[in-house]
Design a protein around this ligand. Structure first.
Ligand code: ADP
Ligand code: MG
Ligand code: MG
Length: 932
């Protein structure tokens, strides 16, 4: 733009005389803020660590400015100003507007232009930006400062009417939708009409006269829909835009997003006012977004999209096919090299992968935003490991950068190569798009967010959300879907960003696919799929298949993950064990890094079809001999079970819990038996005396006997009844058999050269006498076996702590117990006095909905209550036996928050299901690093 002589800046007269009502500073602010508060920071006054106050976008713009990167001049209105505005019922706090005007004056001075001056206009953007990035969830208005007079003069001066009216029509549309809250559709429809008339898909191809006409129509739309004119006064535009950005903090989209992402609602957004630079100034201009590494795979390469002759959201909106950033290199190698240099500088400075917005105005590169890039779990792991290898961060930091939950991703389903090959061969491969968020998903096609949510929530269907492109309003549907599929958009499109953040498999930009939202169908590869038809998509490769493909759990052989977990192991002090009942689970657990078995439930083995009749025989036995016979039959089976476990865990401890559940669980239910008996009785009554009754009478007698036993064993509160150690005391022969099986197996293993360390765990102890009695009998049996076998193996007897009384008397228990293991499922149940089986499907969900309980205590350990008992148990136990080995084997053992707690109270290990072992290893490292 040619520099011209400056006239009196418009705002000077404005603030005095013509300032519109809405733009006048309020007389009194209701927010708790001092009138002298600094509400506005110039870019060179801020720093990256001021995100609380300046928002992520603003703070980083300031930081980039001080790094000497080419950032257009600007200033930031603080998040505190936003909060004060919202708290005061949409009124500017005292001093804010004056400070904005003062900062604006400085921008004008720096650029030699001034807002609203037709001869030499300054244009600015007004951008939202909270402490945590919420891509696209709040509002931004570009090209503020344009009005009829300025546009006309720009047109005449630059001779570039296309540019002038392209910028102006964008402003009127954004102002209408963002500031005045008008719907987007009528604007889009106007554009669509003009595109159709010119036979183009591309806004950039519209001639200047069209853009001018579009601007006029947009102004008409504003008038019609809002009952007011598009404001010609630039300062009024700025003021209203600032207010709109403040208000967008509480917009539905933003609130939904914060709920889903767990971001606090009281942070507020900052507002950045940035001098406009123009990517829509012709073929020498353009705009793009890059990440400094590939955020799907973690690979070290510049990755992103670019569009010539375009502005702002064009790239993200996915309305025009974008170019890969590699194409920019071919087009403008010098600019590409510059961009690469800036990106490297940013990565080194922020010590993390950055997500960068840039614009090229007539061959000059401008940097418009940088932030830590969102990435897939897979990329997070690789990036952390490689940044550490490149010495940009320490190993400790690398370990801390990956969330334990992200490890979970590696265990998510994928399609097996064989399955995909078969699908390809039967012609089910429909198309390939961009692989923007890895993982595999199958489900039924839905075409809008509300349907996606309804079908998924109410009808429990797996859905795949299909759209031409997604918008922030679609997020609730995307969250409800298993996977996301779009026909347009690039790697940085809204769909891709959201999918990656929430770990949803996604394929976008499937240009071969046509989505018809009116007919609710998609056409691809000559096939038509309607809403409700099944598709499968592979977000790792970008493939889309018709029909359902089987998924499988991958193995954990990702080399970067293995490396990271090895580093984690070096930092953690807490042991990680697994709960496993069968040798194959034990083997898996060991492969995933388990250092022992913390819980093997022996009763699971009793349920196997072959064994159950003998278990029932043992329960129903009328004499000691009958029972002994049944037990003798079971013994070799149990021995086999333990042999398998010991061999799998060679060299590592194996904790075996003696039988725990109430015996009626092994018998048919009371109701079922009662029904059978009544039915047999009725039928016998009808058939009285007939020959076919003979077999029935026998059957009836059998059922009656079973029913009698079950009736006699019936308890009102079975979970508080004859189970755990009580059962062992009641049926000593049963647990003696189990101990015999354990030690016979242990001796046999020892003979084979397997290093065994059995830990016999007695469940549900409430009183020291139970433990004392049980340990005495069982240890005697163990010694007897070892004597018979002429062999000694190391072993321990210990107890579960799963009843409050056990925790309260842990000092007494520790006199006999050589180890403790917190059974937090039962301990939660008994501490709360809540029956888990009933409550979780009943009142507990109501409690959670009403926020009476903050969390489900069966999922996340109640540290205040149950945790206090654990802490006491540890203290009392260790006071008596200093080296008392203590672990946890409830389901909580695999929950990262609980793991941190266990570390703090000094447990020796946590035990969890095999697939959570890697998660627990990382969580334990985090816990150690947090307290070191
Ligand atoms: P979001 O948070 O949704 O990304 P932004 O505030 O970053 O919103 O802006 C939206 C788009 O407009 C981005 O592509 C950004 O680069 C572009 N943009 C914002 N301010 C300017 C400016 N002063 N000059 C040119 N482009 C801008
Ligand atoms: Mg942005
Ligand atoms: Mg228990």
């Amino acid at each position: 733009m040619p520099a011209r002589a400056r006239k009196t800046p418009l705002h000077k007269s404005l603030t005095r005389r013509t300032q519109p009502r809405s733009a006048r500073a309020p007389k009194r602010s209701h927010a708790r803020s001092s009138p002298r508060e600094k509400w506005v920071y110039l870019f060179d006054e801020g720093r990256a660590d001021m995100k609380d106050l300046l928002g992520g976008k603003g703070a980083n713009l300031a930081e980039m400015t001080s790094l000497g990167l080419p950032v257009p001049p600007g200033f930031i209105v603080t998040t505190r100003a936003c909060n004060a505005f919202l708290a005061a019922g949409s009124r500017f706090p005292e001093g804010l507007w004056e400070q904005e005007l003062a900062a604006l004056r400085k921008l004008e001075k720096r650029s030699g232009r001034s807002l609203g001056d037709p001869d030499n206009p300054l244009l600015v953007s007004c951008r939202s930006g909270a402490k945590f990035s919420m891509p696209g969830m709040m509002d931004t208005v570009l090209n503020l400062g344009l009005n009829d007079a300025v546009a006309e003069r720009l047109d005449a001066d630059t001779g570039d009417a296309r540019f002038a009216y392209d910028a102006y029509r964008r402003l009127v549309q954004m102002f209408g939708t963002v500031v005045l809250g008008l719907p987007d559709e009528p604007f889009e429809k106007v554009l669509e009409d003009y595109r159709r008339r010119r036979g183009t898909e591309n806004d950039a191809a519209l001639p200047p006269e069209d853009l001018k006409a579009i601007t006029r129509e947009f102004q008409r739309l504003v008038r019609e829909h809002s009952g007011r004119d598009f404001p010609q006064e630039p300062l009024e535009q700025l003021r209203l835009a600032t207010e709109a950005v403040f208000r967008s903090w509480n917009g539905k989209r933003a609130v939904d997003y914060r709920n889903a992402a767990g971001i606090a609602h009281d942070l507020g957004t900052a507002v950045s006012i940035v001098t406009m630079v123009f990517g829509n100034r012709g073929e020498n201009s353009g705009t793009g977004v890059v990440t400094t590494r590939n955020v799907s795979t973690g690979e070290r390469e510049l990755e992103g999209d670019y569009l010539n002759n375009a502005q702002g959201e064009d790239v993200v909106a996915g309305t025009r096919p974008t170019l890969r950033i590699a194409a920019l290199k071919a087009q403008w190698p010098k600019l590409h090299a510059q961009l690469e240099k800036h990106c490297q500088k940013l990565e080194r400075h922020f010590r993390d992968v950055q997500d960068v917005e840039f614009t090229i105005e007539e061959g000059k590169l401008w940097m418009l935003q940088t932030r830590d890039a969102k990435r897939t779990a897979q990329a997070a792991v690789r990036i952390a490991v490689e940044l550490a290898t490149e010495k940009l961060i320490t190993r400790k930091e690398a370990v801390l950068r990956v969330k334990p939950e992200q490890v979970d991703f590696f265990l998510h389903p994928q399609f097996s190569p064989a399955e995909k090959k078969a699908a390809r061969e039967r012609g089910a491969l429909l198309a390939t798009g961009l692989n923007v968020s890895p993982g595999a998903a199958s489900g039924v096609v839905v075409f809008d967010a509300d349907t996606a949510q309804r079908w998924s929530k109410e009808e429990k269907k797996a859905v795949i959300m299909v759209r031409p492109e997604t918008k922030p309003d679609d997020v609730h549907g995307m969250l409800a879907a298993r996977g996301i599929l779009t026909s347009r958009g690039g790697r940085t499109s809204h769909a891709a960003l959201v999918a990656r953040q929430f770990g949803k498999p996604a394929v976008v930009g499937v240009s071969a696919m046509e989505v018809d939202l009116d007919k609710r169908q998609l056409t691809v590869a000559g096939r038509v799929l309607r809403e409700g038809d099944t598709v499968s998509l592979d977000g790792t490769t970008g493939e889309v298949f018709a029909g359902q493909l089987e998924t499988r759990i991958p193995d954990l052989s990702d080399p970067h993950l293995l490396e990271l977990l090895t580093w984690a192991d070096g930092f953690r002090t807490l042991g990680v064990y697994a709960n496993a009942d069968y040798p194959r689970d034990a083997e898996l657990a060991r492969k995933l890094g388990a250092e022992g078995l913390g819980l093997c439930r022996t009763e699971h083995m009793f349920f196997e079809t072959e064994r159950l009749p003998h278990v029932q025989e043992m329960i129903l036995a009328r004499t000691a001999e009958e029972r002994a016979r049944a037990l003798l039959w079971l013994l070799p089976f149990q021995r086999e079970d333990f042999l398998g476990l010991f061999r799998a865990m060679d060299g590592l401890p194996v904790t075996i819990r003696l039988i725990d559940p109430p015996l009626h669980e092994f018998l048919p239910s009371h109701d079922e038996l009662l029904h059978d008996v009544t039915e047999l009785e009725t039928r016998l009554g009808l058939l009285k005396g007939k020959p076919e009754t003979k077999g029935m009478e026998q059957k009836l007698a059998q059922k009656r006997r079973l029913l009698d036993t079950v009736t006699s064993m019936r308890e009102t509160n079975p979970m508080l009844g004859l189970r755990g150690v009580r059962l062992g005391i009641h049926l000593p022969a049963l647990v003696r058999m189990q101990v015999r099986a354990i030690f016979e197996a242990a001796c046999q293993c020892a003979r084979e050269g397997v290093r065994v360390f059995p830990k016999v765990m007695i469940p549900l102890i409430a009183h020291r006498n139970e433990l004392r009695l049980e340990k005495e009998t069982l240890e005697a049996e163990a010694r007897a076996v070892m004597e018979e076998q002429g062999l000694e193996v190391a072993y321990q007897f210990g107890t579960m702590i799963e009843i409050p009384r056990a925790a309260l008397t842990a000092d007494q228990l520790a006199q006999d117990a050589e180890f403790f293991s917190f059974g937090t499922n039962d301990l939660t149940q008994t501490t709360y006095g809540i029956s888990r089986d009933d409550a979780e499907t009943g009142f507990l969900s109501e409690y959670l909905e009403k926020r009476i309980l903050p969390e489900n205590p069966f999922a996340t350990l109640d540290q205040r209550g149950v945790g206090a008992l654990m802490e006491l148990g540890v203290k009392l136990g260790r006071a008596v036996r200093e080296d008392l080995d203590i672990g946890i084997c409830g389901e909580h053992g695999g929950d990262p928050k609980t793991i941190a707690f266990c570390h703090r109270i000094g447990l020796d290990y946590v035990s969890c299901s095999p697939y959570r072992v890697p998660i627990a290893r990382l969580a334990a490292a985090h816990a150690a690093l947090a307290t070191s």
